[in-house]
Design a protein around this ligand. Structure first.
Ligand code: ZN
Length: 377
């Protein structure tokens, strides 16, 4: 079968191949539903390769660097031992519990949370090490994007997988006790980007997204331009237009939860397409290529060990380097407690430095690409 690259980038194949039971409740269809997967093309940016073969120019990166790396973090949890956050999660589970058994299970969980809080009350929270991400990235001369959730009270309809922290909750950043809002402001002040990580049900609702964006912007004190949907919960038929209507300039949702690779055959940022209105949108996609959980979660996805995961990072980075594109990585800050996950991140940063990559946040990559934009297809 010949794959038309223009149709691929516009999302036509993805829309056609949606599973028959696709609904707002369903986890998004992953790599096995992708048009490129049966042909074994997920690990090659085939659209970019063809574009260059036809005389296209590689995107330019600062100082003549051969390719770009975009570093991102979805902040799904801010504390490991917060009783308040655990109880909010339990109350959401109770609201969603269908059977009496599930309700009893949630109530038993409350007891476990209380016991756990008692045990950990004197201990330092292992997630309160956000400054380590900044330090590791600074050593590579890089900055990243932290996608924060807008706070539970900013979300109208809740899903049991949604985050549970509030922006007024306490954390420790760089040995200082502060609120999540204060930490967000400090990360921003140091030059890192803050983006929005909205709720599960926001993917088709521009008003809800505007509300959640407004909540995080109020905490931050200025505009937010980048977004990534929680759980990559996204519908190619509606979400691009909804993101655009809510005022976002850059999205970085379009990758996989259970695999790595090039979901749209490209690692060049491109303008998303509104399939209903049949028009190009102002919002630009900086596609997600490698997610930590897809590689390293022992229960789902690729289930890799540290060394094998790092080999995959190198293989994909080489494919990106060949076409001079952007390698976007997602590492969740709450996985810093897993030494192998953290180690793959540090080894990857070191490798990108050796490869002389230009490393930046979603906004920086988007702005750079806009300055020399040439649509591919
Ligand atoms: Zn998330």
């Amino acid at each position: 079968m010949t794959i038309n690259h223009q149709n691929l980038l516009q999302g036509c194949y993805e829309a056609e191949l949606l599973p028959s039971d696709f609904s707002p409740e369903r986890i998004v269809p992953d790599f096995a539903f992708n048009i490129l997967n049966p042909s074994g093309l997920l690990y090659r940016p085939v659209v970019d390769e063809e574009y260059l073969q036809n005389g296209g120019q590689k995107p330019g990166w600062p100082d003549g660097k051969p390719f770009a790396v975009c570093l991102t973090h979805d902040v799904d949890a801010v504390s490991a031992y917060s009783l308040k956050q655990s109880l909010r999660s339990r109350s959401s589970q109770l609201l969603n519990a269908g059977s009496a058994f599930q309700k009893v299970k949630s109530l038993m969980g409350v007891g476990m949370d209380l016991a756990s809080a008692g045990i950990h009350i004197q201990q330092k929270d292992p997630l309160h090490r956000y400054e380590r991400w900044l330090k590791a990235e600074k050593e590579c001369g890089a900055k990243s994007t932290f996608f924060f959730w807008p706070g539970l009270s900013a979300v109208t309809k809740r899903h049991h997988t949604d985050c549970t922290y509030e922006l007024y909750d306490s954390v420790v950043f760089d040995n200082q006790k502060c609120t999540v809002t204060e930490m967000i402001r400090e990360i921003d002040r140091q030059g890192w980007e803050i983006g929005l990580h909205p709720s599960w049900y926001s993917f088709d609702d521009a008003d809800e997204l505007k509300h959640q964006k407004g909540s995080l912007e109020k905490a931050l004190g200025h505009e937010i331009v980048s977004i990534r949907q929680h759980y990559l919960h996204y519908d190619i038929r509606v979400t691009p237009a909804v993101h655009s209507a809510a005022g976002f300039k850059y999205d970085s949702t379009l990758g996989f939860n259970d695999n790595i690779g090039f979901r749209f055959g490209t690692c060049y940022p491109w303008h998303l397409y509104d399939l209903k209105a049949e028009e190009e949108l102002p919002i630009m996609e900086i596609p997600l290529i490698i997610q930590d959980a897809a590689m390293l979660n022992p229960d789902k996805g690729m289930r890799l060990d540290e060394d094998t995961a790092f080999q995959y990072v190198k293989q994909i980075a080489e494919a990106v380097e060949k076409v001079g594109g952007v390698l976007t990585l997602l590492w969740h800050p709450n996985h810093i407690i897993k030494p192998d996950w953290w180690s793959v991140y540090l080894r990857s940063l070191e490798y990108f430095k050796e490869k002389n990559a230009w490393v930046g946040s979603v906004r920086e990559v988007g702005e750079r690409r806009k300055a020399s934009f040439r649509n591919v297809g």
